[in-house]
Design a protein around this ligand. Structure first.
Ligand SMILES: [Fe+2]
Length: 325
């Protein structure tokens, strides 16, 4: 059993990195971390160095990251996944640096979603310099697609510590890895991908102010404002560039007493099961998972950008090799 201690990040490819970054900052309100890596925009919402990395290259999800407790836990996870026949990639130091983690492993879930387990995600002490006052308090949850949400639950609950909080029939499985009602959700979808990335906001007023702000800025509202009966959260889903769906929400339920919580099943066809305020509902757009060939294109593009950026070797200061003493 692999214990996930928290969600870590979403990494997403952007064909137009500038436009995607502008939306993430000026519209969503995230902080653009001072760039240190050409072709990558790190976006911050809370204590994490970043929770969203936009990477110049083919448009689509690169990976989603989850934390484990320490290095031993990561090694044990690697062994456990490999023993069960899952192919595991150990991240290079350069890849780990870009993710601002000490080390990580990557693998595909049975549905083709690229998942990364990380150890020691970097925390930044200074307050977040939000690009606008959206009221964001933290990266709240992420939602993946899979063709069978029951199979997805079997994967996440047998190999990992995920527990179902509530079911939306065959359409969604909402899972917790800590007291928050769901930090990981799986929605039914034919292809792997990221259904949405959620940010919690501080007050209900923030949520409604954001709604007006998005409407004024001609952002496509996919669903909401409404209220999910499962988590009790007031939600607003909206569409960003590259088919990336963001969600703001406020007031998510916490399940403090695990032993007494009984998961419920809601029929998605029943009025009020998705939005208890009975507003119009629609399925948020999923950003597809990048396939192996596209992931290689992303790597090639990053290599190109880095080599264009780097100065010729003869101009670099000489590095004196230290002899071991
Ligand atoms: Fe959500």
């Amino acid at each position: 059993m692999i214990t996930l201690t928290d969600i870590a990040y979403v990494r997403s490819g952007a064909a137009d990195l500038d436009a995607a970054t502008r939306f993430a900052t000026e519209i969503v309100g995230l902080e653009l971390v001072t760039p240190t890596e050409v072709g990558v925009a790190h976006l911050r919402a809370d204590g994490r160095h970043h929770c969203l990395a936009l990477v110049e290259g083919p448009s689509g999800v690169i990976s989603t990251g989850f934390r484990v407790a320490d290095s031993d836990a990561l090694d044990a996870a690697e062994t456990e996944l490999e023993r069960s026949g899952i192919s595991v990639h150990r991240g290079s130091p350069e890849e780990a640096r870009s993710r601002r983690v000490r080390e990580f492993i990557g693998f595909d879930d049975p549905f083709g979603n690229r998942v990364e387990l990380v150890n020691q995600q970097e925390t930044v002490a200074r307050p977040v310099a939000f690009s606008r006052g959206a009221g964001i308090t933290e990266f709240g949850h992420l939602c993946l697609d899979a063709p069978d949400v029951h199979e997805a639950y079997r994967f996440w609950s047998t190999r990992f510590n995920a527990r179902v909080s509530d079911w939306l029939g065959d359409a969604a499985c909402l899972m917790r890895i800590d007291p928050v009602h769901h930090k990981l959700a799986v929605f039914r979808g034919d292809e792997p991908g990221l259904c949405h990335m959620n940010f919690q906001v501080e007050t209900i007023d923030d949520l409604f102010r954001n709604w007006h702000f998005l409407v004024e800025h001609d952002v496509e509202i996919e669903m909401g404002p409404g209220r999910h009966p499962q988590s009790g959260a007031i939600f607003l889903y909206f569409l960003g560039p590259e088919g990336f769906t963001y969600e703001y929400s406020f007031g998510v339920r916490r399940i403090e007493d695990d032993a007494t919580w009984v998961p419920r099943t809601f029929d998605p066809a029943e009025p009020g099961s998705i939005d208890m305020w009975l507003g119009p509902t629609s399925r948020p757009l999923t950003q597809p998972q990048l396939r192996q060939t596209e992931l290689r294109q992303t790597e090639l593009r990053q290599t190109e950008l880095r080599s264009a950026e780097s100065r010729p070797a003869e101009l670099r200061p000489a590095q004196a090799a230290k002899a071991p003493s």
